[in-house]
Design a protein around this ligand. Structure first.
Ligand code: COS
Length: 384
């Protein structure tokens, strides 16, 4: 379907598609098998200014919006979700700075992020704070001109490979969610170390580690916004980034669909290509319809967020929920269309199916997305 993209948007999409086809597809199976961090691909994306897409020109970015970022994430996801997760987690980690960073913080950090010189990671999740994001136990205590961080963050994408970390920690336990604050922590700060690299079902090209803070002292200037804003910054960050997860869903589903449709044209059974068998055609028709519906929703929500509207939690949750459920269904169906071949590592769809599962889990499980939507609906009905 034609989404009437501008010339610039077509350029971003086509460039991302080219990187995906030339650089990602040839090595995605190897990255998955060896759990190899995609440094070369990140370098290529940096050279093409992809890390600066939604960072303003003032700080070295391209000054575009979340919609253009969505286009890039979708194309990368068509080839490999491990690669697109590494890239998208970078923007996730950058949002706290974009949302509430001071001009000094932006001047100090954003040019390195926009140029791709430094990768970013977002540290919210902990052993006891997953769906219950307000359950964070990592503490940050102000001592003179420094905050002292103690605690452990879990399952942090880009953990260990990123240079810059935006971290949520408790500054006032008595205040609950209102007692959390957001900080910038540089890799190499004494007292800041990493756990072992996690061995995952999918997105194995991306790295996932614990962030360990043991009396880690950071300058008080590294507080983002004000004390007590941490939970809201985290929620607003997720409101922005969840559309990107939706775009990942659209991309991986499209990749799986194309692999299955191409295979169905070549594979013969009962003397005909299986694409001419109605049972297979109907599966492909459902897959294509669901993908187009997911894409339309993700694009519409990304554009809505770019208008600067303040309350986007419901729409962003809807885009993430719908597109990632579609991704799971379509990747499973792609394996089914391809039968025994789909199950083999020789073809890309078994990896896509393994990769897609995380989309229903990270940046808020799809059950949490339904909660967010439900809560927004309750508020809306109260206003009517
Ligand atoms: N934007 C602005 N403010 C928000 C907000 C949003 N999107 N969501 C919540 N808030 C505010 C609320 O308005 C409330 O403010 P008041 O204290 O003034 O009333 C405050 O934050 C607490 O909100 P709430 O009571 O809804 O918080 P809960 O602890 O019930 O948690 C959910 C809400 C479940 C939505 C939240 O914990 C969540 O998103 N969890 C999933 C986290 C996640 O995605 N984890 C994945 C790891 S990060 S990669």
């Amino acid at each position: 379907m034609d989404y009437f993209l501008t010339e610039e948007q077509v350029m971003i999409r086509d460039l991302a598609r080219q990187v995906s086809e030339d650089k990602v597809m040839p090595i995605r199976a190897e990255l998955d098998e060896k759990e190899e961090f995609p440094w070369d691909i990140m370098k290529t994306l940096a050279q093409s200014d992809f890390f600066g897409i939604n960072i303003s020109e003032q700080y070295g970015g391209l000054g575009m919006g979340g919609f253009e970022l969505t286009l890039a994430i979708e194309e990368l996801s068509k080839a490999c979700l491990g690669v697109s997760t590494t890239f998208a987690a970078n923007s996730l980690g950058t949002y706290p700075l974009l949302l509430q960073g001071s001009d000094e913080q932006k001047k100090k950090y954003l040019p390195d992020i926009a140029s791709g010189r430094k990768l970013v990671a977002f540290g919210l999740t902990e052993a006891n704070a997953g769906s219950d994001a307000a359950g964070v136990q990592t503490t940050a205590k102000l001592e003179g001109n420094e905050y002292v961080l103690n605690g452990t963050k879990q399952w942090i994408t880009n953990g260990g490979d990123a240079e810059i970390y935006t971290v949520i920690a408790i500054t006032n336990k008595a205040k609950g969610a209102r007692g959390a604050s957001a900080f910038i922590v540089d890799k190499g700060t004494p007292g800041f170390s990493f756990g072992k690299k996690e061995n995952k079902l999918g997105i194995r090209a991306s790295s996932t580690r614990e962030l360990i803070f043991e009396n880690c002292r950071i300058p008080k200037e590294n507080l983002i916004g004000k004390e007590g804003l941490g939970f809201i910054i985290a929620m607003k960050t997720l409101d922005k980034s969840r559309t990107g997860v939706g775009a990942q869903g659209v991309g991986v589903a499209q990749g799986a669909f194309e692999a299955a449709a191409d295979f169905a044209k070549e594979r013969h059974q009962f003397g005909v290509p299986i694409i001419s068998i109605q049972a297979v055609q109907h599966m492909l028709a459902d897959m294509a319809t669901q993908i187009e519906a997911a894409r339309a929703l993700v694009y519409a929500v990304a554009k809505f967020i770019d208008t600067g509207s303040k309350d986007v939690a419901k729409e962003s949750a809807m885009a993430k929920l719908f597109a990632t459920d579609v991704a799971m269904k379509v990747t499973v169906d792609a394996v089914q269309v391809m039968g025994g071949s789909g199950y083999m590592r020789e073809y890309p769809v078994e990896k896509m199916m393994r990769d897609a599962k995380i989309l229903q889990i990270y940046e808020g499980t799809n059950q949490i997305q339904r909660n967010v939507i439900g809560q927004a609906l309750i508020k809306e009905t109260a206003k009517r």
